[in-house]
Design a protein around this ligand. Structure first.
Ligand code: SF4
Ligand code: SF4
Length: 216
């Protein structure tokens, strides 16, 4: 997988990562600071998900993986093997599941990302409110990070009963304008002008676990 990309392509992908952080994500996090409490050691967002990513993103994660200790690599490979089997079991028991198989990221180690500098684009958006377009109406629908229900991000302005942001709580905190939700769909992030101006291809997109062969 790593060999499918040249050093130059990885260098361009690294530039892309720096630019989306500098021009977009860091600004969004800064702007939404009053509602965000992400900190080292908090890892719920890596404990249940599917982590979609393109081929170059996975290859870059593997570059980070190649620098880990033998013990870490063995443990991660064991987790991947176990998850592959769990996914097969889940799908045979739940053939019509809409949500699909959810799992803890195999690169998570003691509540920390073992490949942090190499993590995928979607990982860099964890914690931000975003919007998705409704399939039928194309209307934007705001999505608040799930950890709001754990008393974390956006919980200071969230109403658990109505499951929406609370005007009253915002008023009490002196917040005049509702925080903005951004379009953080992977499709959008991988097809923006920053990516278009750099010489590399993202390649196919799959959920993380699907990138690994059934037997490893
Ligand atoms: S790669 Fe790292 S940041 Fe991304 S889901 Fe896995 S542990 Fe979390
Ligand atoms: S997104 Fe939520 S779960 Fe993840 S680090 Fe931030 S506060 Fe913790």
């Amino acid at each position: 997988m790593i060999d499918d990309f040249s050093d130059e392509q990885f260098a361009n992908y690294k530039i892309y990562l720096s630019l989306i952080e500098e021009k977009m994500l860091n600004k969004y996090f800064e702007e939404q600071k009053p509602y965000i409490c992400c900190k080292a050691g908090c890892s719920y967002c890596c404990e249940k998900g599917q982590y979609p990513m393109s081929k170059i993103e996975l290859a870059y994660i593997l570059l980070g993986f190649s620098q880990l200790s033998t013990e870490q690599k063995t443990e991660i490979l064991e987790k991947i093997k176990r998850l592959k089997q769990e996914k097969i079991n889940f799908e045979s028991k739940n053939p019509n599941s809409v949500e699909g198989f959810m799992y803890e990221c195999p690169f998570l180690e003691n509540h920390k990302c073992s490949v942090y500098e190499y993590r995928a684009v979607i990982c860099r958006t964890h914690g931000l409110m975003f919007f998705i377009e409704d399939d039928k109406t194309n209307e934007p629908k705001n999505k608040i990070p799930f950890c709001v229900n754990l008393g974390l991000n956006y919980s200071n302005i969230y109403d658990k009963e109505t499951k929406t942001l609370s005007d009253v709580k915002m008023y009490e905190l002196g917040i005049e304008q509702e925080p903005l939700a951004y379009n953080l769909s992977l499709k959008t992030l991988l097809n923006n002008d920053i990516a278009k101006n750099l010489d590399f291809e993202f390649g196919e997109v799959k959920t993380m676990i699907d990138w690994f062969p059934d037997k490893n």
